[in-house]
Design a protein around this ligand. Structure first.
Ligand code: COA
Length: 349
């Protein structure tokens, strides 16, 4: 049975850097609060008009494909993870296929927020293991800066997120004991509304006080995106940060241990853990819980903020570029986020 390995990796972050202090012009916040609670010092924001989730993905994918020593025409399938797509529909997968002038290959969009890249990687891994595809482009890209509440009302969320993209070429290999050893996916929809963007959407909760039967179809149609919704800031993400934190510090170690146990390893065997960059405090908690040394965990949230589906491939790429991952290394990827969903992947580089 073929296995899948990362044959090429790339990342892209927009040029514009926004420091914590710069956010003070929009909201009541301060550098110390943000750094103490999250570790974030700065983040990158996409160019307002010229950059989208797809254009950033193209930049990262181009590097990944080049490093894999293949061309865009060799890609058999695209799996694109994002929560900030260019359009409500169609998804970014087809936009990437068009922009990169790829063949009429399949393009799948994954909506698993912070776990999105690992879900995408796992899907791609299955396609390679079955022998269906040989080269799959797996992408995580986000343009958060366009959809955040930059007033004091939204400060608990807006200061956390940043823009960027990461991509890998997952390639079939016959080589034993290399590449993806296993992936592990989980969800618990009980807490779906704890970290979510409710609108626009087809649920009707925000009109719960109204009698739906009294409206005709045209009026209902207007409610998909209404002035009231915008006035009530319901078009921005909502997060109960403390609940997210409490669940994340349990599920991260759990899903990492699941991957290690499945493959007969201990935390001390990990050469590098790349946790989704949700919050530096969460990563530090996970590190302590698993008794990992500093050099076993890679964090870069300080400079990028939380880039959701892009955070794992960006961190993986940066660590690889710094020479922190060598052939034969045991690398563990893990993520937790909205849904809740959480996931891990264990790789031999
Ligand atoms: N700047 C300054 N003050 C802020 C602020 C900001 N950006 N955001 C919130 N505050 C204030 C609140 O208004 C509140 O003030 P009050 O006590 O006067 O009401 C106070 O700080 C504490 O707010 P709270 O939301 O309880 O803070 P917290 O200690 O829980 O930290 C998070 C907030 C978001 C940093 C923290 O909960 C967290 O990191 N959670 C995990 C989130 C996460 O990882 N999300 C990504 C999903 S994977």
């Amino acid at each position: 049975m073929p296995r899948s390995k990362i044959a090429g990796i790339g990342m892209y972050v927009p040029e514009k850097v926004v420091t914590n202090n710069e956010l003070k012009q929009y909201m009541d916040t301060d550098d110390q609060w943000i750094q103490e609670r999250t570790g974030i010092q700065e983040r990158h924001y996409a160019h307002r008009t010229e950059e989208t989730t797809t254009t950033m993905a193209v930049e990262a994918a181009t590097i990944a494909i080049h490093r894999a020593g293949i061309s865009a025409g060799d890609i058999d399938f695209i799996v694109f993870a994002t929560l900030s797509p260019d359009y409500y529909f169609p998804g970014c997968g087809v936009l990437l296929q068009r922009a990169m002038k790829m063949k009429e290959i399949g393009a799948l969009d994954v909506r698993n927020q912070c776990s999105g890249f690992l879900y995408a990687l796992s899907v791609a891994d299955q396609f390679i293991k079955t022998g269906m595809y040989k080269n799959i482009l797996v992408v995580g890209s986000e343009k958060h800066s366009f959809g955040l509440d930059f007033t004091t009302r939204g400060r608990n969320i807006s200061v956390i997120f940043g823009d960027g993209a990461g991509a890998v070429v997952l390639q079939a290999t016959e080589k034993e004991n290399c590449g993806i050893l296993s992936t592990h996916l989980h969800s618990d929809g009980e807490s779906a509304e704890i970290l979510a963007m409710y609108n626009p959407g087809t649920h009707a909760n925000h009109w719960a006080d109204k009698n739906y039967a009294a409206f005709d179809e045209a009026e209902i149609g207007q409610m998909f995106m209404s002035h009231a919704m915008i006035d009530q800031a319901q078009n921005f993400p909502f997060m109960d940060g403390q609940s997210v934190f409490k669940k994340a510090v349990v599920k991260f170690p759990e899903v990492i241990m699941e991957a290690l146990i499945k493959n007969g390893y201990n935390p001390s065997d990990i050469n590098l853990l790349i946790p989704h960059q949700a919050n530096l405090r969460i990563s530090q908690f996970v590190q302590q819980k698993l008794k990992l040394r500093d050099d076993q965990v890679y964090n870069n949230i300080q400079h990028y903020g939380n880039t959701t589906a892009a955070s794992v491939p960006i961190a993986l790429c940066e660590a690889w570029q710094k020479g922190m991952i060598k052939e034969g290394d045991l690398v563990c990827l893990a993520a937790f986020g909205s849904g809740f969903t959480w996931a891990s992947a264990l790789l031999k580089w």
